[in-house]
Design a protein around this ligand. Structure first.
Ligand code: WQD
Length: 341
């Protein structure tokens, strides 16, 4: 698949891993990032894995004129065959404290990207969405037909809103073909340990906090509640290896190339649910290292349980997960150790 693909947020966690898989598939990724939530060290890691540094445009996707100018520069060197749009703020808790920051950035960047796509005749767009759009689903595993309740955070609402913006644009007459990829819980890192999840401050997510606690960089892990209606009382999530997630983006782009029209959502998860305590036990099995942890109070906003029915992605994209939870946790730990080295 020889496509030139703009990867907004390409220096981020999922974006950088997707850049690797795009190159592996024969594509030419162009990283577009303002490095507001990533560091240029990621480019060094990408160079180490790829043997070259991908083309980079340092730009804020929410700055309309700067973004359109960046697209002009990129278009001078050839067609823009596709866009994978990751660039967004994604901290659920922060979004409730700074809603305007999230609305201004996440929604404006998506509108700007679509305008730029239209200006350059780019019709294939893959959008980074989230299982957060489902809130607490009625039935689990959750499939793409599940209703979207009123979002429980401004972050979640920006994902719902951006899906709607893309859907409306695809129905407006412009021949946009879009894949809306709803991630469950991405974890792990590239096997080289040259790139991985780089929380630039206190990690909100379970696995980066867990590995930092094991590395004695943080207090022991607090398990946010063990009184949920689940087998062991802790919340259940669908933890998917970031490399499996990256491969799904390539499969989605390939799929779009074969469609005449498309605007489809796909759940990207393993289809398995694991509780917090099960993650801790899997980490200890995978690494032989004990996780210092204690049980604490519930975290506001957490849903009890959610995991994916990923059969649509398997059926339509020909994609499925290769890595197990233990392999993902092993790779997360290897990455944490490489950071500390
Ligand atoms: C997982 C489980 C916590 C930290 C979020 C976003 C979602 C997506 C993925 C962007 C929960 C528990 C966590 C800790 C804990 N991000 N936990 N102690 O909340 O499922 O999803 O990240 O798209 O949109 O909502 O992920 O990793 O924060 O939490 O017990 O120190 O781990 O209660 O049950 P979450 P998470």
């Amino acid at each position: 698949m020889k496509k030139r693909v703009i990867v907004t947020g390409g220096a981020g966690y999922i974006g950088s891993h997707t850049v690797i898989e795009l190159v592996n598939a024969g594509c030419t990724p162009i990283v577009m990032d303002n490095f507001s939530n990533s560091t240029k060290e990621v480019l060094v890691g990408l160079h180490g894995i790829l043997g070259f540094e991908p083309e980079v445009e340092e730009v804020d996707c929410a700055d309309r004129s700067a973004l359109l100018a960046a697209f002009e520069r990129i278009a001078e060197d050839g067609s823009i065959d596709g866009i994978i749009h990751f660039a967004a703020f994604k901290a659920v808790g922060e979004s409730t404290q700074l809603p305007l920051k999230y609305y201004a950035n996440n929604i404006a960047s998506t509108v700007n990207i679509l305008e730029a796509a239209q200006q350059h005749g780019t019709t294939e767009v893959v959008f980074s969405s989230s299982c957060t759009v489902y809130g607490q689903p009625e039935a689990i595993p959750v499939d793409e037909s599940a209703p979207m309740p009123s979002a429980e955070s401004p972050y979640g609402y920006t994902k719902q809103a951006c899906e709607r913006i893309i859907t409306d644009f695809a129905a407006s007459g412009y021949p946009l073909k879009a894949a809306l990829l709803r991630y469950f819980n991405p974890i792990g890192a590239h096997s080289s340990s040259l790139i991985g999840e780089l929380p630039l401050n206190h990690p909100n997510n379970l696995v980066p906090y867990l590995t930092q606690a094991v590395a004695m960089l943080r207090d022991p892990l607090t398990v946010f509640g063990d009184d949920y209606p689940t087998p062991d009382g802790t919340c259940i999530r669908d933890y998917i290896h970031v490399m499996d997630l990256a491969k799904a983006h390539v499969a989605a782009l390939d799929w779009l190339g074969k469609q005449s029209t498309a605007c489809e959502a796909f759940n990207l998860g393993t289809g398995e649910g694991n509780s917090v305590l099960e993650v801790i036990q899997a980490f200890e099995r995978a690494t032989g290292v004990t996780v210092p942890h204690r049980i604490g109070p519930r975290r506001a906003g957490d849903v009890t349980a959610i995991f994916a029915d990923a059969s649509k992605a398997r059926r339509e994209l020909g994609w499925s997960c290769n890595f197990s939870l233990e392999e993902a946790l092993r790779d997360a730990w290897n990455w944490q150790q490489a950071l500390g080295a």
